[in-house]
Design a protein around this ligand. Structure first.
Ligand code: SF4
Length: 261
């Protein structure tokens, strides 16, 4: 029992006096904590280092539609060319695009980075987001969402990992896992639903975010998920409906509408 959740909840239990077995379904708010606990038990609790908010913002914009390696290469290339994010803000969009080319979508990302840095500078007089720490959570979220290229995932990553504020960001891997676990529908933005059922516990959110991504990458693949070795299998709606063999039409419909910002 890790987060105060009885691990036996959701197991087949004998109904007293009836002599039959019945399945007691978990409520969604219990299930999501069970998921976090199972992932921590399986993978171990990840270490989380606070990230500089502006760097985190730029890195997350760079991560859209690419992998971590190319995101980091694009950021390193940006810093190698300009030295500081202040200099990036003063650079032309064309030069920024050229520096981050390795991460793909360089025109769109360079425009977002340049305009976001400009807006922060114009609003605050310097590249500093520390004021977000003292704003009510909804206001901090709205402020970030008003920046170009910033959606709920990017805003959530900045608030959760740079300020330890309890907002849960959802990427394409987390979305796929949560759909298959039956916690969010296949269509629509999963952020409101997952943020409603999760407790306002930033440590839990950070761990669940990192470990659900790991599960999505290593086990719960878009095609051919390896359900037989998945720690969430006993409560997974998808594997109960489909078995461990993937069906392309199901996975491809899940992958449509992935979260990129
Ligand atoms: S049991 Fe299979 S479909 Fe369900 S979360 Fe695990 S890997 Fe994904």
């Amino acid at each position: 029992m890790i987060h105060g959740i009885d691990q036996s909840v959701g197991s087949p239990v004998a109904l007293a006096g009836l002599g039959i077995y019945a399945r007691i379904a978990m409520n969604d708010d219990v299930k999501i904590i069970w998921i976090a606990d199972r992932l921590i038990e399986s993978f171990g609790a990840p270490t989380v280092q606070p990230l500089d908010p502006i760097e985190n913002l730029v890195l997350t914009i760079l991560s859209q539609n690419t992998n971590d390696v190319n995101r980091d290469r694009a950021f390193e290339s940006l810093m190698r060319q300009f030295g500081t994010l202040e200099k990036v803000r003063e650079a032309s969009q064309r030069d920024i695009a050229s520096a981050i080319q390795i991460g793909g979508l360089q025109q769109q990302k360079s425009r977002s980075i340049r305009e976001a840095l400009d807006r922060i500078m114009n609003a605050r007089g310097r590249l500093d987001l520390a004021f977000l720490e003292d704003l009510p959570l909804e206001d901090a979220l709205s402020w970030l969402l008003a920046l170009p290229g910033v959606g709920p995932k990017t805003a959530g990553i900045v608030l959760l990992f740079s300020f330890g504020r309890p907002v849960f960001p959802v990427d394409t891997h987390i979305r796929r896992v949560m759909i298959r676990m039956g916690l969010v529908p296949e269509r629509g933005d999963p952020h409101p639903r997952l943020n409603r059922i999760l407790p306002a516990d930033s440590t839990l959110m950070q761990q669940l975010h990192l470990l659900a991504i790991r599960l999505g990458r290593e086990v719960c693949h878009p095609r051919k998920p390896e359900c037989e070795r998945c720690p969430l299998r006993s409560e997974c709606v998808w594997t109960q409906d489909h078995g461990s063999t993937s069906e392309d039409e199901v996975t491809s419909s899940i992958d449509k509408g992935g979260i990129h910002q």
